[in-house]
Design a protein around this ligand. Structure first.
Ligand SMILES: Nc1ncnc2c1ncn2[C@@H]1O[C@H](COP(=O)(O)OP(=O)(O)O)[C@@H](O)[C@H]1O
Ligand SMILES: [Mg+2]
Length: 282
């Protein structure tokens, strides 16, 4: 496993606007092979838009996106073959069993017919759903649905797994379960993971490196420890006592985004879409 190795994703000057809204506004970002990279930021920061450009679901109107060396604007099929994507919205069908849901993705992603049954079983086992595989997904808890969607993305054995807010709306125990399965799969396969979240505490605990995104751009980048220690050092240089507790990632974010963060984070549309997502897994 090459933790400091080759680049999995590289974005330079990526921009994407919806009318007047500059959702992504000059994003520079490199995700290294085999790391768990967290793209963090409040609702409306531009995380989903950036990710949809990387997955080729949105065009790249300005700047450049490369996935394992393939240009996302010019070589879309090559990029798509390399990645698994778990969107923020529901992607599992309540009327199918867990196994049927994963089998559907195996077909869509061209897993060879002879290998399908075995690969579907492996993906379900990897997320702890072997015993529940033949129940309707509609009977699953929120955490199980999210793990099923993880299995759907894993069945094609992607080199890059992209997850958009994988733990939104879940209770703390279910959240931990989702993260533990993500990490176990990464450890077993060396797969690169790019995950968005607005839960800073989770990123601190589970991501190798994080990028803090605000108004369409990366404002700080590093390991969680580097970012927290950096702010701690700046505060001490400004006269804070040594006995002050180490800042959290949330503190780092507030330091970057300023006091207007609460008022600026997202608009009605963001609130509505977040709530809708939260409700469907509740
Ligand atoms: N399809 C869309 N049409 C219009 N505006 C959009 C659309 N998608 C996102 N936006 C706007 O772009 C900005 C960034 O949104 P998004 O990328 O979803 O942020 P995040 O995922 O960080 O919450 C927000 O202001 C949002 O309202
Ligand atoms: Mg989003």
């Amino acid at each position: 496993m090459t933790r400091d190795g080759a680049e999995a994703v590289a974005c330079t000057g990526l921009a994407h606007a919806f009318g007047e809204t500059r959702a992504v506004d000059g994003l520079d970002l490199t995700v290294r092979e085999s790391e768990v990279f967290g793209l963090l930021g409040p609702n409306g920061a531009g995380k989903t838009t950036a990710i949809r450009c990387m997955t080729t679901l949105l065009p790249v109107p300005a700047g450049m996106v490369r996935v394992f060396g393939h240009d996302a604007a010019r070589d879309r099929m090559a990029v798509r073959r390399l990645l698994g994507y778990v969107p923020q919205q529901l992607s599992a069908d309540a009327g199918l069993t867990g196994r049927e849901n994963v089998a559907l993705f195996a077909r869509v992603f061209d897993v060879p017919r002879r290998e399908r049954a075995e690969r579907v079983g492996q993906a379900l086992a990897a997320v702890g759903l072997a015993d529940a595989a033949d129940r309707l997904a509609g009977t699953y808890s929120g955490g199980m649905v999210r793990r099923l969607e993880l299995a759907q993305a894993l069945v094609s054995a992607p080199r890059l797994l992209i997850l958009d807010e994988p733990t939104i709306g879940l209770d703390p125990i279910a959240r931990t379960g989702v993260w533990e399965h993500i990490n176990a799969v990464r450890a077993a396969t060396g797969m690169t993971v790019l995950v968005t979240t607005h839960y800073m505490d989770e990123a601190d605990q589970y991501c190798d490196r994080v990028g803090l995104m605000h108004h369409g751009r990366i404002r700080a980048l590093g390991t969680p420890a580097e970012l927290r220690e950096g702010l701690g050092a700046r505060r001490r240089a400004a006269g804070a006592p040594d006995t002050d507790p180490l800042p959290t990632l949330e503190d780092v974010f507030r330091d970057i985004a300023g006091s207007g963060l609460d008022e600026q984070s997202g608009d009605f549309r963001d609130v509505r879409s977040t709530r809708r997502t939260a409700r469907r897994v509740g």
